[in-house]
Structure formats: structure tokens, C-alpha cells
Design a protein around this ligand. Structure first.
Ligand code: XUL
Ligand code: CO
Length: 435
């Protein structure tokens, strides 16, 4: 059965074509800096937005039908899988990501939910075998059901903690079985609404213990990929514990957890940071892992999860990715949905093509910036005082506080500190991108 009849196999036609069902910048097998574009970008389809979300918001019901002609719950979810693989084939998307509850219906008991998951995971496994598509990461949805209304690992109810642990154990097992490159923990409802009813210390300790128990289980059953935490500052709770990259790095260090980060563009801007700030923070802390590729709307205060089309942002993002040495187990997962009013199957194709082309162009632009070299050379020269004299001794960590004092007392006033040249550099960047 063909589900996306109006979508052809999308081909690269180059930038001079204006066929909206073709790629203009994404040429999957073109080698750039020694690697095919598809390996630089490692695009993934997000199962929840693309195969499940029907466009409902708090003012109105869904505008798109995602039942894919299925009649029973299991048939609907099998058809979602068939449709997902058809779409990945047509769009040259090599990876996918899911929550447990995106791929199989929740049963009336945990045992029934697990049995549904087993059946559909085998079904997906067969499709992976046939097509060569791969699982970028799996995760558990421990935020939708009312039992999680006060959190999962941070719930004040121990029974909820136990339920979450069991659910994540199963999601981990499915992820490992399907050869997942990663396993993501997004905080879901792990946060609080008011301190008046909250024991923050206990909640954080419990959350860390849940992560430790479930990730240890992953290693025990042979998981070789990366564990990620996905920072988000707010929504659904007023204050999510995984606020931003720096907060999460502190949390991981406190509890001795060997995890990396999955940075989402819209979560970065919700936290009051740029996307590239969050990526750089992850990288300098040795925690750069994977990316949820989307974009927010700076005039709206919530997570709009739009498909990324801002080439300036994708360029700066890909610069961070290249500088971090590229992806190992991570990739670019389109945690993005078409707008409620863009409700046809063609809109899904237009949206993915737009996002993939924006990142492909971003990669090409980032390579231009690196090959041009002037930005990197500027930054290097800016810190040159650390390469000789007292600066070298500071760099080598051999200087004493008395020597620094002596230096400061004898040198006289510090010579005028050079300009940071921000505007010059912003213009230089435009010059490189648009030359
Ligand atoms: C929510 C969000 C999630 C995670 C996976 O804002 O980004 O979809 O990516 O749970
Ligand atoms: Co996300």
C-alpha cells in the first residue's frame, strides 16, 4: 500500500531548480570534507510529530488524520510504520527516532503495553532489515498519562517512580534490540510548579537514581551507544530541572553520570540562549552528542517546534558540529511539526525538504567559513598573549600567584586592550557567506 501517493522519490536537482519536491542543496552522496553529506548530517524522522501528531492545540482538535487507513489500534500503528518507512525512502532520510508510545498503542496494563511494543518493534525491525534505515535513538514517554502529572522520576509517589523505571527498562530493551545509536532522556514533567509543595533535593536525587538504574540496565544488556539528556527550561512545568546545557552538565557531574546532551534549537531559545551557545556549552564540557533540529518563534513563549529554515542558524549550528569533530552516534532529528494549518501529506514533504535543504546549505556555508579561515585566525590571534612570556606560564599552569603579582606591579598600566571587532566580524561573516 502506498500512503504518500502524491510524493515522488525526492531527488537532488541543484540550486537552479525550483521544483518544490526536489532538493536544492541536499545531495546525500556528495562528498564534503572527506564525508558524504548524509554522514555529516545524519537526518532523522521524528515519529511523534510526523506519524502521530494530528495538529490539535488547546483551542481545537486535529486537522490531519494520522490513522493511515488502519481500523484497529494495532493496524493503525503498523500502518504508521509502513508509512514512516515509505516517507524515509522517498526523502532519503536514513534514521528515525521514537518514544515507546509513538510506535505502539498503550494497553490497559503495563504488560499489555509491553506486548504491543514487542509486536510492533519486530515489525519495525523487519522494515529496517529490508530498507537499511536505522534508529538514531529511542526514548520513553513518561509525561502524557495522568499518572505522571507530578513527574516520573521526580514524582512524590513511589509507585509512579517504579512504573517509570519499568517503562524505561522496556523502552531501553526495544532500543537496543533495534540497534539504536542512542537513548534520550527528555525531562518530560520532571520539574515543579511551586516550591510550596516540592522537596527539590529529594526529587533531583530520585531523578538521578532513575537515570542510573535504567542506563546501567542498558549497558548490562549490551547497549554501546550514547545516553543523552535533552535540556529544556520550561513547558510543561514552570521550571524543568534540565533547564539548559550548563545546568544538565552540573547535574551529570554531581551524580557521576556518563551522559551526553541532545541539544534542541527551540529549547535553547526558550532558555534565553542561542542554539550555538548550547552546542558550544555541550562541546566544551565533552558532552556534545546529538541535535533536535527545529526552530522556535522568538515572539512566542512556547516550544513551537517549527521546521528549521533559518540558514544563518543552521550555518552557525553546523560550524559548531564541525568544530566538535562531527557526529559520532548523534545526528539531526527533526523534532518539528508542520503548522496546524499545513495539514496535507504534501506539507509534510515540503517541510522535511525545507529543513533538510536548510541544514545542507548550512553545512556548505559552515565549510566555506572554515576553509576561508579568517574567523578562526582572528580568534586564535585574539588569545596570542597566552603563547609567550607570562601568558605562556599561565597556559602551562606553572605560574605562582606571587609571580603574577610581581608582573602586575612592575609592568605599569596594561597596554590598551585590543578591540573585539564584533561588527567587523559580523560583516566578514556575511562577506564569506554571500561572496
Ligand atoms: C519536547 C521534546 C521531546 C523530546 C523527546 O519538547 O523535545 O519531544 O525530544 O522526548
Ligand atoms: Co526534542
Amino acid at each position: 500500500m502506498e500512503f504518500f501517493k502524491s510524493i515522488p522519490t525526492v531527488k537532488y536537482e541543484g540550486k537552479d531548480s525550483w521544483n518544490p519536491l526536489a532538493f536544492h542543496y541536499y545531495n546525500p552522496n556528495e562528498v564534503i570534507l572527506g564525508k558524504p553529506m548524509r554522514e555529516h548530517l545524519r537526518f532523522a524522522l521524528s515519529w511523534w510529530h510526523t506519524m502521530c501528531a494530528e495538529g490539535a492545540d488547546m483551542f481545537g482538535r486535529g486537522t490531519a488524520d494520522k490513522s493511515f487507513n488502519g481500523k484497529t489500534p494495532m493496524e493503525i500503528y503498523k500502518n504508521k510504520a509502513l508509512a514512516a518507512f515509505e516517507l524515509m525512502e522517498k526523502l532519503s532520510i536514513d534514521y528515525f527516532c521514537f518514544h515507546d508510545r509513538d510506535i505502539a498503542p498503550e494497553g490497559t496494563t503495563l504488560a499489555e503495553s509491553n506486548a504491543n511494543l514487542d509486536e510492533i518493534a519486530d515489525f519495525i525491525g523487519d522494515l529496517m532489515q529490508k530498507t537499511g534505515k536505522k534508529l538514531l535513538w529511542g526514548t520513553a514517554n513518561c509525561f502524557n498519562h495522568p499518572r505522571f502529572m507530578h513527574g516520573a522520576g521526580t514524582s512524590p509517589e513511589a509507585d509512579v517512580f517504579a512504573y517509570a523505571a519499568a517503562q524505561i527498562k522496556k523502552a531501553m530493551e526495544i532500543t537496543v534490540k533495534l540497534g539504536g545509536n542512542g537513548y534520550v532522556y527528555w525531562g518530560g514533567r520532571e520539574g515543579y510548579e511551586t516550591l510550596l509543595n516540592t522537596d527539590m533535593g529529594k526529587e533531583l536525587d530520585n531523578l538521578a537514581y532513575l537515570l542510573k538504574l535504567t542506563s546501567d540496565h542498558g549497558r548490562l544488556i549490551g547497549f554501546k551507544g550514547d545516553f543523552y539528556i535533552e535540556p529544556k527550561p520550561k513547558e510543561p512545568t514552570k521550571h524543568q530541572y534540565d533547564f539548559d546545557a550548563a545546568t544538565v552538565v552540573g547535574f551529570l557531574r554531581k551524580y557521576g553520570l556518563d551522559f551526553k546532551l541532545n541539544i534542541e534549537a527551540n529549547h535553547a531559545t526558550l532558555a534565553g540562549h542561542t542554539f550555538e551557545h548550547e552546542l558550544r556549552t555541550a562541546a566544551v564540557n565533552g558532552a556534545f552528542g546529538s541535535i533536535d533540529a527545529n526552530q522556535g518563534d522568538l515572539q512566542l513563549g512556547w516550544d513551537t517546534d517549527q521546521f528549521p529554515t533559518n540558514v544563518y542558524d543552521t550555518t552557525l549550528c553546523m560550524l559548531e558540529v564541525l568544530r566538535a569533530g562531527g557526529f559520532t552516534n548523534g545526528g539531526l532529528n527533526f523534532d518539528a511539526k508542520t503548522r496546524r494549518g499545513s495539514n496535507t501529506p504534501e506539507d509534510i514533504a515540503y517541510a522535511y525538504i525545507a529543513g533538510m535543504d536548510a541544514f545542507a546549505l548550512g553545512l556548505r556555508m559552515a565549510v566555506k567559513v572554515i576553509e576561508d579561515g579568517r574567523l578562526d585566525a582572528f580568534v586564535k590571534a585574539r588569545y596570542a598573549s597566552y603563547d609567550s612570556g607570562i601568558g605562556k606560564r599561565i597556559s602551562d599552569r606553572t605560574v605562582t600567584i606571587e609571580e603574577l603579582e610581581q608582573h602586575a606591579l612592575t609592568q605599569g598600566e596594561v597596554a590598551p586592550v585590543p578591540s573585539g571587532r564584533q561588527e567587523y566580524l559580523e560583516n566578514l561573516l556575511n562577506g564569506i557567506l554571500f561572496s
